[in-house]
Design a protein around this ligand. Sequence first.
Ligand SMILES: Nc1ncnc2c1ncn2[C@@H]1O[C@H](COP(=O)(O)OP(=O)(O)OP(=O)(O)O)[C@@H](O)[C@H]1O
Ligand SMILES: [Mg+2]
Length: 307
Amino acid sequence: MTVPVVEVEGLRKAYGETRAVDGVSFTVAEGEIFGMVGPNAAGKTTTVECLEGLRVPDDGRVRVLGLDPQREGDALRERMGAQLQQSALPARLRVGEAMRLFASLYEHPLPPGPLLKELGLADRVHATWASLSGGQRQRLSIALALVGDPALVFFDELTSGLDPQARRTTWDLVTDVRDRGKSIVLTTHYMEEAARLCDRVMIIDHGRVVAVDTPADLVASLGAEHRVVFSGAEVSDDVLSALRAVSTVALVERKGDRVIVHGASDRSILAVLTVLDDHGAPIRDLRTEQPSLEDVFLALTGRELRD
Ligand SMILES: Nc1ncnc2c1ncn2[C@@H]1O[C@H](COP(=O)(O)OP(=O)(O)OP(=O)(O)O)[C@@H](O)[C@H]1O
Ligand SMILES: [Mg+2]
């Protein structure tokens, strides 16, 4: 087995009375997109900054690419790239200049030209930081994180503040980065983003790890409840009774003009269709709902994930 690219054991970091990171342990495998998900102030950025060597942990063991970020920071920075949550560049610095500046920090940088082209910034080489749109700044920050050809990249709230379309484009970029053989650690408080991008997700709240698993297994851990929902204004109580009698159906509710069938497996949709059809009942606006990562978060923490 290959050595993990990140190993964290019992990490703690407090700011005065605030225990921002309170005993966090996890590993990240090579080639993985690993997501840290949690609400504001959960301790995501603090954790990431301890890995990047930007903050000194109070306690715990941290190894990144086999290195100690505190004692071997120079060697580590040569092999990692970071996009910071709060990144701003001097207003008058131009895109091309920023790329050359960052490239000069590495021994074996990538040529900036093709990277800017890939990120759709080729025609903005002479533009100043101040003149870039939010999405262009995000893309430049990705380019700057990649110019050193790092083995491991950190993205902290990469898509916050982007419109839905720019967010999707950014997701594709992140996947491309991984496909080039990099490992990625990212933080987000968008569950959809974590579900779409990450091989494994760590749910963190109040500085503690609540769960770590693949998105699918996190959802499966809730139990395999599936819901079938349809418009039930013209559906008789006889039909509802027939549905209740089906073995894979756990509960049937009428809510307003909707009927919600809670099933123990995704096969309950077949049962619902059969019963409706047998009774000659109309099948309108029928859809299935499965638990999401959002539901997992709610179940594990008792709270909604704030945006
Ligand atoms: N430099 C600092 N000085 C004092 N307190 C800090 C500092 N940085 C973070 N904190 C506190 O530590 C806690 C964790 O903050 P952190 O930035 O790690 O959370 P986060 O999960 O990244 O949140 P967000 O989703 O808002 O980015 C918060 O209570 C925050 O107020
Ligand atoms: Mg943060």
